[in-house]
Design a protein around this ligand. Structure first.
Ligand SMILES: [Zn+2]
Length: 335
């Protein structure tokens, strides 16, 4: 690391001399007070080919095995067929297509290629699993079927623990029985055990009237300075400026969520509700890369019946385990 620090200014200068034209083509710009990066600059960093799509509001950045589809003025984007949500909608300005700098560097970039521009992590040895809710907090409830979230999250986490221990990982649970654990204490339990990664497992619900909604949803912490997904009124304007402990691993948080989204969608054949960003307390306070998985909707009777079967909960656990193995392999390839 010291070696890198001593040489970085030199290589920066060489870089500038080697590309005298690029600085004059405005690699970045400020739009509405937000810093944007020209997609040609972003594509250059990741070796991506750029093409405008037919609608002339859409751009496709691709290379073999990678396809990123962006749409101007839309936070929703697609990476390798997965739904992802940018913090700042891409913009078209003077004929050029721009992507938010924070999205480029701390969200999409790390999902495309963890080799570019960010630091390595120690190998994954200890995995913290957080079963959502517990005790007096039942979580989501399906009153028709008499099932609740806290029971299923604990069951999935126990199954996942057995699989991961069998694969040689040390596993710590934030709760191993039906008890109430404060949200602040959950990342703390993980930190005390020197966890290398933190996975919170939940089940979803929608308010009355939308009981047809099903699918899988993935959350990583909103990067500092950005608004969370679904924060239409930008109510979080004050907290958006705050740098939380969890923001120190923004890039790996995004990568971890990507691995989970990719694996669970491939294995569980449930609709993709997307990889979104929220400032959930367990993610804000995490001191290692962390995600929260909503592994299905209890408010939908069909999906709730499926989740109520031990065989399906075993499938969920196996799929999360595979995602964690893939994440660990990515971390190991980066050192
Ligand atoms: Zn929950």
């Amino acid at each position: 690391m010291l070696f890198f620090g001593l040489t970085s200014s030199v290589s920066q200068a060489q870089h500038t001399r080697a590309h005298p034209l690029r600085s004059s083509r405005s690699a970045s710009t400020s739009i509405g007070g937000i810093e944007y990066l020209n997609t040609s600059e972003f594509a250059h960093r990741y070796g991506l080919h750029i093409a405008w799509a037919q609608s002339d509001k859409k751009m496709v950045l691709s290379r073999p095995g990678t396809r990123l589809e962006l749409e101007a003025e839309s936070a929703e984007a697609s990476l390798n067929g997965l739904r992802i949500f940018m913090g700042d909608a891409p913009k078209i300005s003077r004929g050029a297509f721009y992507i938010g700098r924070v999205d480029a560097e701390r969200y999409v970039g790390p999902m495309i290629d963890p080799e570019v521009g960010y630091s390595s992590r120690p190998p994954v040895r200890v995995i913290a699993l957080d079963a959502g809710h517990g005790g007096r907090d039942k979580g989501k409830i399906n009153t028709h079927l008499h099932v609740n979230e806290k029971t299923f999250t604990l069951d999935v986490v126990r199954r996942l623990k057995r699989i991961l221990q069998g694969a040689g990982y040390k596993v710590v649970l934030t709760r191993s029985d039906d008890r109430y654990v404060e949200l602040d204490d959950r990342p703390e339990i993980a930190a005390r055990a020197h966890a290398d990664v933190f996975v919170s497992v939940h089940f979803n619900s929608v308010e009355s009237g939308a009981s047809r909604v099903t699918g899988l949803e993935f959350f990583s912490l909103t990067p500092a300075g950005q608004y969370s997904t679904d924060d239409a009124q930008h109510e979080a304007s004050d907290s958006s400026r705050v740098f939380s402990p969890g923001n120190s691993t923004d890039n790996w948080n995004a990568r971890l969520a990507y691995e989970a989204q990719r694996q669970l969608l491939a294995d569980l054949h449930s609709p993709d509700r997307g990889h979104k960003r929220q400032r959930f307390k367990v993610l804000r306070l995490a001191r290692c890369p962390a995600i929260l998985i909503e592994a299905g909707y209890l408010s939908n009777d069909t999906e709730a019946r499926k989740i109520a079967t031990p065989a399906y909960r075993q499938e969920i656990a196996q799929s999360i385990a595979k995602a964690l193995e893939n994440y660990a392999a990515t971390v190991a390839s980066k050192d």
